[in-house]
Every structure is written in structure tokens, then in C-alpha cells.
Design a protein around this ligand. Structure first.
Ligand code: HEC
Ligand code: HEC
Ligand code: HEC
Ligand code: HEC
Ligand code: HEC
Ligand code: HEC
Ligand code: HEC
Ligand code: HEC
Ligand code: HEC
Ligand code: HEC
Length: 327
């Protein structure tokens, strides 16, 4: 987490600083009018510039145009533009270019999406959100990524076809996320994990990188609803419910990875004993001989599946006599 926090801190500091400076100089942060909210991500006109058309841009930016021509945007904007905005091509994203052509060195006259160019993140994102504010990006402003001043172009590269889908910056979704989320990379490398490193799942199966109304940008209302999407057998309904399962799968499992089998947060039997340990056979095994044999018979509470040797239906049971989850 250290790298991530460090990263987000500098990023916020930098972006906020830049934004504040520009706002001070140009006085662009007006107080929101009564009844209206200030739009955090508004498109810009590059200091009053006008559109020149892509043919002009391409004269000086041939290599960029060659790469761009292979993308979905180029196809959509050139072959089948749905509105005036899309017809603008380059200038739909970079803003009107007349002033940039007059002075190609001066940075405030065009929206650039590279760090070196220095356009404030909110302005960059405002260009993309002109067309992509609905649907999946609806919760962008309140998302952790939005609040931490991530740019759309931290994950997307609309200028080149790097990924098979999604115009991502890296060939796959997972690699895109791993550029910042090293801790989650480590978690998925543990002994027990869902088949994400094997390429059968992605972070975006469970998270919406553009934010959602749930905790941790989950793609569902609750952890359990998320898990039921793929593990429908755990949804029930069961005649005999096990309370902690109904409450939250993460009472016993990690979502990303664990060194205990079956993604358990704690090894068995301790996993069960966190909550059950008061009576009879549920509690600690006092005698090492009970665990390893040592003369007496090995104890079935410690070996193999441990408590589940007998309580095998720990997620719930539909058997009339399954109150103790033994069948
Ligand atoms: C006369 C040549 C010329 C024309 C025409 C021109 N540019 Fe540029 N553009 C440049 C040069 C030179 C730079 C690099 C300036 C620098 O790095 O200091 C540049 C920089 C840029 C950048 C910033 C790249 C970065 O580092 O992020 C973008 C984006 C860009 N141009 C887009 C456009 C678009 C869009 C048009 C058409 C509206 C356009 N340019 C027209 C010469 C031109
Ligand atoms: C859909 C939005 C979009 C459109 C349309 C678009 N660009 Fe870009 N452009 C970007 C983004 C985002 C980047 C930053 C890419 C990155 O992260 O390297 C970029 C980067 C650039 C750069 C900097 C060099 C580079 O490749 O990183 C230049 C120059 C540029 N664009 C010119 C153009 C020209 C010329 C066109 C039209 C032919 C165009 N762009 C169309 C979004 C767009
Ligand atoms: C003028 C409108 C417009 C702007 C501005 C724009 N886009 Fe798009 N974008 C489109 C259209 C049209 C498509 C084609 C797919 C569709 O119809 O939704 C698209 C598709 C995409 C896709 C989906 C690719 C896929 O494989 O499904 C991504 C990602 C994307 N845009 C990101 C961006 C980013 C990032 C920016 C800003 C740098 C941006 N767009 C700016 C109109 C726009
Ligand atoms: C943290 C990384 C990340 C950031 C930041 C990000 N995206 Fe995405 N975006 C993705 C991923 C990953 C996908 C592919 C999702 C999938 O295939 O399920 C995607 C898909 C999309 C799509 C394709 C259609 C859709 O909605 O699934 C659009 C459009 C898009 N993003 C626009 C944007 C815009 C606009 C921004 C900035 C406001 C942005 N994205 C910021 C990671 C990101
Ligand atoms: C450019 C860096 C960067 C990239 C790339 C990135 N993230 Fe993040 N992510 C962050 C930062 C910064 C935070 C906020 C972390 C914090 O507050 O500690 C965050 C937070 C999150 C959170 C927690 C959200 C919450 O509401 O608490 C999730 C989930 C997440 N990211 C998923 C993803 C996924 C999925 C991808 C890939 C599609 C991705 N991230 C790519 C930087 C990034
Ligand atoms: C099987 C679903 C699933 C997958 C796949 C998944 N996550 Fe998560 N993630 C979760 C759940 C569940 C949480 C915790 C939700 C909560 O806060 O209760 C979470 C939490 C997070 C958080 C918040 C901090 C934390 O660790 O609790 C980040 C960041 C995150 N995930 C990033 C990622 C990234 C990056 C990937 C891909 C490498 C990924 N996740 C893949 C389900 C998933
Ligand atoms: C997008 C689909 C998907 C979602 C959502 C999902 N899983 Fe999984 N899960 C899988 C797949 C695929 C496997 C591997 C199944 C196999 O190997 O037979 C798996 C395996 C598991 C395993 C067994 C791991 C092992 O080591 O054998 C556990 C435990 C698990 N998931 C728990 C969860 C929990 C808890 C959630 C919710 C946070 C969740 N899953 C959400 C797809 C998903
Ligand atoms: C009380 C602790 C506990 C809770 C809560 C719990 N599980 Fe489990 N889960 C286990 C144990 C223990 C195993 C290992 C079972 C075995 O060895 O047969 C397991 C195994 C699994 C497996 C892999 C084997 C199988 O049965 O398919 C999946 C998938 C799984 N759990 C999903 C979930 C989901 C989804 C939830 C939330 C609805 C959940 N679990 C809640 C304890 C729990
Ligand atoms: C997060 C706490 C928690 C964990 C972890 C947990 N349980 Fe439970 N368990 C409960 C609660 C609460 C009940 C309901 C108790 C009641 O109704 O009196 C329950 C009920 C039971 C019952 C039925 C007991 C009865 O009195 O009806 C059995 C058997 C059981 N659990 C076994 C297990 C096993 C085996 C594990 C380990 C895989 C486990 N539990 C893990 C909280 C937990
Ligand atoms: C050898 C089989 C076996 C093993 C192993 C086992 N149990 Fe039990 N458990 C039982 C039986 C039999 C009952 C009583 C069932 C009844 O009354 O219907 C029971 C009942 C329970 C109950 C209900 C309350 C009570 O004490 O009567 C809980 C909770 C429980 N076990 C938890 C555990 C935990 C935790 C473990 C692991 C440390 C465990 N069990 C291991 C057989 C076993």
C-alpha cells in the first residue's frame, strides 16, 4: 500500500497545486451561481481558439495520426460521426487548435494528455466526459479514482491500439491496474486465488474503475451479491442458514488471495474457532497428541478439512436434519 499512498499523495498535491495556480492566474473558478453546481470537469476552448480541422493537425503530427488511425475513435469519428462534436476528430479531445498552431510551444493553448504537457487533470477529463459522462462513468466524480485526480489517460490511451478492447494503456485490464496496485498484484500471487493471474478473470469483473455507489467501487450493492454473480450455489435459499455466510462472505474469505486454502482468511480450525470456542468439541485442542496422532487417534477436528470433516455444509444446508450443517 505504501507505494500507492505515496503515489496518490504526490499526484493529488501536484494536480491540486497546478489547478490552484491556474485558477488564481486566470480567475476561472467562479463561485457557483445560486442553485447551480460548479462543474468540476468542464471542456475548454483553449483560450478562445477555433477549430481548424484534422487535415491541418496531421500536417505536423503524421506519426501520431498513423497510430490514431487504428483506433475505435478514428473509425467512429471519420467513418460514421454521430454528431458535430465527433466530426471534429483531433479537436474533439484536444480542443480547438487555432491558437496552438500560432504558438506550438505555449502549453495553455491546447489540451495535452501527457504529464509533460501539464494540462490540469480536471480539464483533460472534461474533454472525455463531454461524450462519456453517462453509463459506466456516471459515478466518476465521487469515485476514489476521480477524487484522487486520476486522469482518464492514466488507464486509457485513445491514440494507439495497445489492448484488444477498451483502448487501454496496457495490453490487458489487469496489467493496467497493476501499474498502481502492487499490493493487489501480490495478493493474487498467493497460493489460493481466483483465476485472475491465469487470465480467466479481471479486476473489472468485480470493480468498476470509474466508480460505483458501493464500497470499494464494487459492481454490485454488497459483497455477497458480487460473489453470487459467479457462485450462485451459495445464494440459497437454505432451510438452515449459517449467519456469517448470509452476512458477508469476507467473514471467512479474502477476495484477492490467501496463503490458506480456499481463500480462507485464517487457517482451519481457527477460522471457525474465531466465533465458536465456548463449548465441548469446538474449542482448542489441548493435547498435541490429538493433532498428530502421537499414540492416540488423530483428531478429526484438526486433520484434513478439520471442522468440515463433519460440518461439511458450512455455507448452509437444505437437508431436513441439516441444522448443524453436517449434511
Ligand atoms: C505547425 C505544426 C503544428 C500543427 C499544425 C499542429 N501542431 Fe501540435 N504540436 C506541434 C509541435 C512542434 C508540438 C510540440 C511542442 C512542444 O513539445 O513544446 C506540438 C504539440 C502538440 C500536442 C502536445 C503533445 C504532448 O506532449 O502532450 C498535442 C496534443 C498536439 N500538438 C495536437 C495538435 C492538434 C490536435 C493539432 C490540430 C488542431 C495540432 N497539434 C496542430 C506542431 C503542430
Ligand atoms: C479520443 C480522444 C483523442 C483524439 C480524437 C485524439 N487524441 Fe491525441 N491524445 C489523446 C490522449 C489521451 C493522448 C495521450 C496518450 C498517452 O497517454 O500517451 C494523446 C496524445 C497526443 C499527442 C502526444 C504524443 C503522443 O502520442 O503521446 C499528440 C501529438 C496528439 N495526441 C495529436 C493528435 C492528433 C493529431 C489527433 C487527430 C489525428 C488526435 N491527437 C486525436 C486523445 C485524443
Ligand atoms: C466527441 C465524442 C468523444 C470524445 C470527446 C471522446 N470519446 Fe471515447 N468514444 C466516442 C465514441 C463515439 C466511441 C465509440 C464507441 C461508442 O460508440 O461508444 C468511443 C469509445 C471509447 C472507448 C471504448 C473503446 C472500446 O473498445 O469499447 C473508450 C475507452 C473511450 N472512448 C475513451 C475515451 C477517452 C479516454 C477520451 C478522452 C481522452 C474520449 N474517449 C473522448 C466518443 C468520444
Ligand atoms: C483506473 C483505470 C481507469 C480510469 C482512470 C478510467 N478508465 Fe475507462 N475503463 C477502464 C477499464 C479497465 C475499462 C474496460 C472495462 C471492461 O472491459 O469491463 C474501461 C472502459 C471504458 C469505456 C468503454 C465503455 C464502458 O463504459 O465500459 C469508456 C467509454 C471509458 N472507459 C471512458 C473513461 C473515461 C471518460 C475516463 C475518465 C473520466 C476513464 N474511462 C477513466 C479503466 C479506467
Ligand atoms: C494511476 C494509478 C492507478 C491505476 C492505474 C489504477 N488505480 Fe485504483 N486507485 C488508485 C488510487 C490513487 C486509489 C485511492 C487509493 C487510496 O485512497 O488509498 C485507488 C483506489 C482503488 C480502489 C478502491 C476504491 C474505493 O472506493 O475505495 C479500487 C477498487 C481500485 N482502485 C481499483 C482499480 C482497478 C480495477 C484498476 C484497473 C482498471 C485500477 N484501480 C487502476 C490509483 C490507480
Ligand atoms: C472476485 C472479485 C474481485 C476481484 C476479481 C478483484 N477484487 Fe478488489 N475487492 C473485492 C472486494 C470484495 C473488496 C472489498 C470490498 C469491501 O470493501 O468490503 C475489494 C477491495 C479492493 C480494493 C480496496 C482496498 C482493499 O484491498 O480492500 C482495491 C484497491 C482493489 N480491490 C483492487 C483490485 C484490483 C487492482 C484487482 C485486480 C488485480 C481486484 N481488486 C480484483 C473483490 C474483487
Ligand atoms: C466473475 C466471477 C467470480 C466472482 C464475481 C467471484 N468469483 Fe470466486 N471464483 C471464480 C472462479 C472462476 C473460481 C475458480 C473455480 C474453479 O477453479 O473451479 C473461483 C473460486 C473461488 C473460491 C475457491 C478458491 C480455491 O482456492 O479453490 C472461493 C473461496 C471463492 N471463489 C470465493 C469468492 C468470493 C468470496 C467472492 C466474492 C467476493 C467471489 N468468489 C466472487 C469466479 C468468481
Ligand atoms: C463461516 C465461514 C465461511 C463463510 C462466511 C463463507 N465461506 Fe465459503 N468456504 C468456507 C470454508 C471453510 C470453505 C472450504 C470448504 C471445504 O473445504 O469443503 C469454503 C469454500 C468456498 C468455496 C470453494 C468450494 C465450494 O464450496 O465451492 C467457494 C466458492 C466459497 N466458499 C464461496 C463463498 C461465498 C460466495 C460466500 C458468501 C456467500 C462464502 N463462501 C462464505 C467458509 C466460509
Ligand atoms: C463470524 C462468526 C462465525 C464464524 C467464523 C463461523 N461461525 Fe458458525 N455460526 C455463527 C453464528 C452467529 C451461528 C448461529 C448461532 C445460533 O444460531 O445460535 C453459527 C452457527 C453454526 C452452527 C450451528 C450451531 C447451532 O447452534 O445451530 C455450526 C455447526 C457452525 N456454525 C459451524 C461453523 C464452522 C464449522 C465454522 C468454520 C468453517 C464456522 N461455524 C464459522 C458464527 C460463525
Ligand atoms: C467428528 C465430527 C465433528 C467434528 C470434527 C466437529 N464437530 Fe461440531 N458437532 C458435531 C456433532 C455430532 C454435533 C452435535 C450435532 C447435534 O446436536 O445435532 C456438533 C455440534 C456443533 C455445534 C453446535 C453447538 C454444539 O456444540 O452442539 C457447533 C457450533 C460446532 N459443532 C462447531 C464445530 C467446530 C468449530 C468444529 C471444529 C473445531 C467442529 N464442530 C468439529 C460433530 C463434529
Amino acid at each position: 500500500m505504501k507505494t500507492l499512498r505515496l503515489f496518490s499523495f504526490t499526484r493529488v498535491g501536484l494536480a491540486a497545486g497546478l489547478f490552484a495556480t491556474i485558477a488564481l492566474v486566470s480567475g476561472t473558478i467562479a463561485k457557483p451561481a445560486a442553485g447551480a453546481m460548479a462543474k468540476p470537469n468542464a471542456p475548454t476552448d483553449n483560450g478562445g481558439a477555433s477549430n481548424v480541422g484534422e487535415a491541418v493537425c496531421i500536417k505536423c503530427h503524421k506519426p501520431e495520426n498513423t497510430q490514431f488511425s487504428h483506433t475505435l475513435h478514428a473509425n467512429a469519428f471519420r467513418l460514421n460521426p454521430k454528431n458535430e462534436k465527433e466530426k471534429l476528430s483531433c479537436e474533439a479531445c484536444h480542443g480547438p487548435g487555432s491558437k496552438h498552431i500560432e504558438d506550438t510551444e505555449k502549453r495553455g493553448l491546447l489540451v495535452g494528455f501527457t504529464k509533460e504537457w501539464g494540462t490540469p487533470v480536471a480539464t483533460q477529463n472534461g474533454m472525455c466526459l463531454q461524450c462519456h459522462s453517462g453509463g459506466n462513468a456516471m459515478h466518476w466524480d465521487s469515485s476514489a479514482h476521480g477524487r484522487n485526480q486520476l486522469a482518464c489517460s492514466d488507464c486509457h490511451n485513445p491514440m494507439a491500439k495497445v489492448s484488444a478492447a477498451g483502448l487501454l494503456k496496457k495490453p490487458t485490464i489487469n496489467e493496467t491496474c497493476y501499474t498502481c496496485h502492487q499490493q493487489q498484484r501480490a495478493e493474487f500471487a498467493k497460493r489460493s486465488h481466483m483465476p485472475l493471474p491465469e487470465g480467466k478473470m479481471s479486476c473489472a469483473d468485480c470493480h468498476n474503475p470509474h466508480g460505483s455507489t458501493s464500497k470499494s467501487a464494487m459492481k454490485s450493492d454488497s459483497v455477497n451479491e458480487l460473489c453470487y454473480n459467479c457462485h450462485a450455489d451459495k445464494r440459497g435459499p437454505f432451510l438452515w442458514e449459517h449467519a456469517p455466510v448470509r452476512e458477508n462472505c469476507l467473514n471467512c474469505h479474502n477476495a484477492h488471495g490467501s496463503n490458506h486454502d480456499k481463500l480462507l482468511t485464517v487457517a482451519r480450525p481457527f477460522s471457525c474457532q474465531q466465533c465458536h470456542g465456548n463449548t465441548n468439541h469446538q474449542g482448542p485442542l489441548y493435547n498435541a497428541g490429538q493433532i498428530f496422532g502421537g499414540g492416540a487417534a488423530p483428531n478429526s477436528r484438526a486433520l484434513g478439512r478439520s471442522c468440515l470433516n463433519c460440518h461439511s455444509q458450512v455455507h448452509g444446508s437444505n437437508h431436513p436434519a441439516g441444522a448443524r450443517f453436517q449434511r
